[in-house]
Write a protein that binds this ligand. Structure first.
Ligand SMILES: C[S@@+](CC[C@H](N)C(=O)[O-])C[C@H]1O[C@@H](n2cnc3c(N)ncnc32)[C@H](O)[C@@H]1O
Length: 228
């Protein structure tokens, strides 16, 4: 996979580290082609057409090793869960979870979520998850952060009224940055009423692999928005 030379700045780090384990490499050949989101550059994508009878469509940006995505899909077999992740070792790990758990309601894009989002019609998603996005803490790198004014507008466009966006980070500065940009988007309403609402994980949250590493400078901050 090559890094696109067009479009938005790259918001992710490496796309490959160690060599894929043989079993995961095999799943790239067998399972991935059967659950891949159509090429978003080729034209619009109707997410509902990707799974007949899907009750809702949920979208996860940067699923890492895929633990959260797989667990949510297992808990909600009637929901179509679409995940995007350019880090190929993460995709390999997600394929393993999907295979081992026999999940039929997950679709993947091994690349930039912003391309897929742009191909979705307005109001096509019920939930959007951004969990521990790359923090880009240095000031000169902050333009690479996934949450920007234009992506906030895209998230609002793609979500249905009444839909939810969950943003979680363990970097204080990124929490303020995201809160500022997402509350400035008039189609989002921040749902917090008291400190516990952003300090405590929502009841349906699934702990992610990155979360366990405790790499940030604060406890996780959970920001939950409703698309009004
Ligand atoms: C710090 S990791 C967190 C992974 C996972 N959410 C977790 O909590 O374990 C952030 C992930 O977001 C991915 N990412 C960054 N920008 C992305 C984009 N534009 N589209 C899809 N994934 C992206 C990165 O490749 C990386 O794997």
């Amino acid at each position: 996979m090559t890094t696109p030379t067009w479009g938005p700045l790259r918001s992710f780090g490496r796309i490959k580290s160690r060599t894929l384990k043989p079993r995961q490499a095999a799943l790239f050949e067998t399972l991935l082609p059967t659950i891949m989101v159509p090429d978003p550059v080729a034209g619009p994508i109707d997410p509902r057409a990707l799974m007949a009878g899907a009750r809702e469509v949920w979208f996860e940006i940067g699923f890492g090793g895929g633990e959260h995505m797989a667990e949510q899909a297992a808990r909600h077999p009637d929901v179509l869960v679409i995940g995007c992740e350019p880090f190929l070792n993460g995709v390999g790990s997600a394929l393993r979870h999907i295979d081992e758990r026999g999940l039929k309601n997950v679709r993947l894009h091994a690349g930039d979520a912003r391309e897929v989002l742009a191909a979705f019609p307005d109001a096509s998603l019920e939930r959007l998850y951004i969990l521990f996005p790359d923090p880009w803490p240095k000031a000169r790198h902050q333009k690479r952060r996934l949450v920007q004014a234009d992506t906030a507008a895209e998230f609002a466009r793609a979500l249905k009224p009444g839909g939810r966006l969950r943003f979680v980070t363990d970097w204080k500065d990124y929490a303020s940055w995201a809160l500022e940009r997402l509350t400035r988007e008039p189609r989002f309403r921040w749902l917090a009423e008291q400190a516990a609402d952003w300090r405590e994980a929502p009841a349906d949250h699934v702990t992610t692999r990155y979360q366990e590493k405790l790499l940030g400078d604060t406890q996780p901050i959970f920001l939950e928005f409703e698309r009004v």
